[in-house]
Design a protein around this ligand. Structure first.
Ligand SMILES: Cc1cc2nc3c(=O)[nH]c(=O)nc-3n(C[C@H](O)[C@H](O)[C@H](O)COP(=O)(O)OP(=O)(O)OC[C@H]3O[C@@H](n4cnc5c(N)ncnc54)[C@H](O)[C@@H]3O)c2cc1C
Length: 824
């Protein structure tokens, strides 16, 4: 019995030390003290002897470097080298590019919430705010969705000119070159507002692409002074229209496999014989290519004749090609689904340009892949998460307004629980999108190039926004299906896959990039261990590995102890941020962060380098990291917004949903880990009481559905900077908002009307006739009847859908062919 008690005491002491991540010295002393107390209070000398022997062997070996290094560390290093993931040069470049930010804390197993709280909040300067209120609003006022997406398949000429004149393409260009030099956050707010506007899926990419990975960004970081002085001022004001061509028909996701070539040779340029290259390329999907004046081109460079005096294969290189260069073909268009922004193929065969067209000049030959990887995370943090957030925000307002306005069975459809479920998802997911957008753009302003966080933001915000678009369609139902100028949601739904596809298609982003990079980049030890293991100096490798290995083991023990204990307590008593209302969420995240640290090492330890090919496992592991990121961005946003109690249901919804998804992902990993004993032990530590997270309750959903349908500060905070036309009262959202307001204001009058119809006091069937009867029979006053009539007409203008003459439905080209004279 006493022996059993000792065992329990030892286990508890060991777990407590592991839980607080005690150092090896502290652990040795503490275990020694516990052992001494047990020895002094015990009469069982043989057991005490065995325990002391065990203690001396284990802790002696661990604490004496002369014993530890040759007998423990060296074999461990040998084993580590065998399971080391092999990295291709392109993977290595991707790993080296960018920085690790908050996602590193989440991976650590013990996130430091103080660090999250101390991150300065994102904000706008007066100039940036004025740009959002002025030029952005004006540009969107110029855009008519149906005209753009159906009739013209393009922006009106005045909108193109306005974009150029107001330097929309110069948001990232420094002021000394004539740009706007906006913060990443301001840039993101502009794109979010554009995304919320009419034809956001079309206007968005046109504004976003020149400010994202492309000529301007590459020139700012790698261009020669001459290139910057020439191009940046022109790009800022749209005198040059840029595009960037990486993707080819043969190399989409596998962009490193581009077959496009540049062969070094001599040639004639402006009448002179110069050293240059003959470029042959075939690119597709290139945004702005049909109207571009300068093409940023990625290709592989070769020097077969040794004209540069070095190797033959020089690697991926980026150059700027004026599109009027003889042999450069642009101008034809692809037709992206319901978002007809300018996008098309470009090709050329043996097009000669001098070497000074290479971005950064000769020095940057072969550096193209590194350049792209280094710049990718910044653009990816901003463009797509922002556009998709704007889209979700507009869908939220439109759908909330429609759910109030549209009545069936004599009540607003938003009163039905089924519709409320959809509205809750819409509200919750939109809150998550905006939180992640803001958090990630702010990281860029804080000097980060967050490669993993940007992949999380890209994947999750675009996916969540697509979910919102789908739910919006279901709530608008027939109204959503009938295309025409009166339909503000269908184009959003149809265009959502564009953001899913670009800048790293989403399946690949989830299953390969988030965790594939995250596991190595964010892990507190693995990258350093890989570097140590690759060190050719064996003594230095052993010393470095020795230092890392035992800290790594401490990290694993802590993750195991914390997972197990918090599996019972739900994280109770663990660290939390200052906002008391949020404490349960911080604490749950402590638990899940420990789970991630543990399961990651179990997966990496048992699968080694093959984990990267097990995409279903790494996708799920990425889901754990991503949902921790989404939940932390949400908590941060709630605090930054002023901790309004009205917003708490949204925070609760996002966190509960995230935690349920984390547990599903963890359970999926445990179920599919090939090493079953390891999976069973990890499962017992992670889920000692089974799964405990619950999806958001119906009650919570109802509160969010109410919030989405109630005009006021909470709804405005949920949908910040949503474009609502101040000039066009028939602009979709402006109209929907007025109809919602009128419906709410006349709700009691409508009830009176319904009651009167039920009781037989009035007998008309059409609502207009019912109002007239009720007024005539003095059930409603004349003023009330007038109010109801006005509300009804507004409701009708929201509910109506378009119809077309048969000839209007034929494409314009066909009409022209059939009736050329009339068309002319
Ligand atoms: C509208 C639009 C605009 C674009 N603009 C530009 C531009 O301006 N410049 C430019 O260079 N490119 C541009 N692109 C290309 C874009 O950024 C993507 O890189 C490209 O579309 C991906 O290639 P793909 O569509 O051929 O998909 P594929 O590479 O054929 O992939 C098909 C599917 O397989 C998945 N997949 C592929 N590999 C893996 C893997 N290893 N693991 C798991 N899943 C995988 C993908 O996620 C995807 O779901 C644009 C694309 C579109 C559609």
């Amino acid at each position: 019995m006493i022996a059993l008690l000792w065992i329990v005491v030892f286990i508890v002491a060991f777990m407590a030390l592991a839980y607080v991540r005690g150092s090896l010295v502290t652990t040795t002393i503490a275990i020694g003290v516990v052992l001494a107390i047990c020895t002094l209070t015990s009469t069982n000398a043989p057991v005490a002897f065995v325990l002391w022997l065990l203690f001396l062997v284990v802790f002696g070996a661990l604490n004496i470097p002369a014993v530890r290094k040759p007998y423990l560390t060296k074999p461990a290093l040998r084993l580590f080298r065998q399971v080391l993931p092999t990295l291709s040069p392109t993977e290595r470049t991707a790993l080296d590019a960018g920085t690790v930010w908050w996602e590193g804390e989440l991976f650590s197993g013990m996130p430091n919430w103080r660090r999250l709280e101390e991150l300065p909040p994102a904000g706008l300067s007066t100039e940036e705010q004025a740009f959002l209120d002025g030029p952005v609003q004006t540009l969107l006022d110029m855009c008519d969705e149906w005209q753009i997406t159906h009739e013209d398949a393009d922006l009106p000429a005045e909108a193109w000119q306005y974009i150029k004149d107001n330097k929309f393409w110069g948001m990232i260009i420094p002021k000394r070159y004539g740009g706007l030099e906006f913060s990443a956050y301001a840039h993101s707010c502009v794109l979010a507002k554009v995304g919320s506007g009419p034809a956001g899926g079309t206007v968005g990419p046109i504004v976003a692409v020149p400010n994202s990975l492309g000529p301007a960004e590459l020139l700012m970081h790698y261009g020669t002074d001459a290139q910057r002085d020439h191009y940046l001022p022109r790009l800022a004001v749209g005198e040059e229209i840029p595009c960037f061509g990486l993707t080819s028909p043969f190399a989409g996701s596998d962009a490193g496999a581009i077959p496009d070539r540049g062969v070094v040779c001599r040639g004639e340029w402006n009448g002179e014989d110069v050293l240059g290259m003959k470029l042959t390329w075939e690119k597709r999907y290139i945004t702005l290519a049909p109207v571009a004046t300068v093409l940023g081109l990625a290709f592989k460079m070769y020097d077969p004749d040794g004209l540069l005096g070095g190797e033959t294969e020089l690697g991926v290189t980026c150059a700027l090609i004026p599109t009027d260069t003889p042999g450069c073909h642009t101008g034809r268009r692809h037709f992206p689904a319901s978002a007809p922004f300018q996008n098309g193929p470009t090709w050329g065969t043996d097009v000669f340009v001098p070497l000074d067209h290479i971005i950064g000049g000769r020095e940057m030959i072969g550096e193209g892949w590194r350049m792209l990887m280094e710049c990718l995370s910044v653009g990816r943090s901003i463009s797509l998460p922002s556009g998709s957030t704007g889209d979700a925000i507009a869908n939220t307002r439109l759908t909330g307004a429609y759910a109030v306005t549209r009545r069936q069975f004599n009540i607003s459809i938003g009163e039905f629980e089924g519709v409320q479920e959809a509205l809750a998802r819409i509200g919750g997911k939109t809150y998550a999108c905006e939180s992640v957008r803001r958090f990630t753009a702010n990281a860029v302003d804080l000097g980060e190039k967050p490669s993993v966080a940007s992949a999380i933001a890209k994947y999750h915000v675009t996916t969540l926004a697509q979910d919102v678009a789908k739910d919006a369609m279901d709530v608008h139902a027939g109204k959503a299906v009938m295309l025409g100028p009166s339909n503000p949601v269908a184009r959003r739904f149809q265009a959502a896959p564009v953001n899913i596809t670009v800048e790293g298609a989403n399946i690949l982003t989830r299953s390969m990039m988030i965790y594939g990079q995250g596991a190595i980049r964010c892990h507190p030890y693995v990258l350093d261990e890989i570097e140590a293991a690759n060190n050719r100096d064996q003594d230095a490798a052993l010393d470095a590995f020795d230092d890392l290995l035992y800290r790594h083991i401490g990290h694993d023990l802590a993750a195991a102890a914390r997972s197990f204990v918090m599996g019972f307590t739900g994280g109770l008593g663990s660290s939390a941020g200052r906002a008391a209302k949020l404490a349960p969420y911080y604490r749950a995240m402590n638990r899940y962060s420990a789970n991630l640290a543990l399961i990651s090492d179990v997966a990496m330890g048992t699968l080694g380098g093959t984990l990267k090919f097990r995409e279903s496992l790494s996708g799920r592991l990425g889901d754990v990291l991503s949902n921790l990121y989404i939940a932390s961005a949400t908590l941060k946003r709630f605090v930054e917004d002023g901790e309004h109690a009205d917003d708490l249901p949204l925070v609760a919804w996002v966190c509960e949903q995230a935690f349920a998804e984390i547990e599903t992902a963890l359970a999926g990993v445990l179920r599919h880990l090939p090493n079953r004993p390891a999976a069973l032990i990890a499962g017992a530590l992670i889920f000692p009481l089974g799964r405990t997270a619950r999806v958001p309750s119906d009650g919570l959903g109802r509160r969010i559905a109410r919030l989405v349908q109630t005009p006021g500060a909470a709804r405005d905070r949920l949908t910040p900077r949503c474009y609502i036309s101040q000039t066009k009262t028939d602009g979709a959202l402006a109209l929907f908002e007025r109809a919602m307001q009128a419906t709410l204001e006349t709700a009691e009058l409508h009830k009176t009307l319904v009651k009167a119809r039920k009781s037989g006091e009035i007998d008309a069937d059409h609502p207009r006739d019912q109002i007239d009867q009720a007024a005539a029979r003095e059930i409603l006053s004349a003023e009330q009847a007038q109010q109801l009539r006005a509300a009804f007409e507004l409701q009708m203008s929201v509910i109506r859908v378009d119809d077309f003459a048969p000839e209007e439905m034929r494409s314009r080209a066909k009409q022209t062919a059939a009736d050329p004279v009339n068309e002319a």
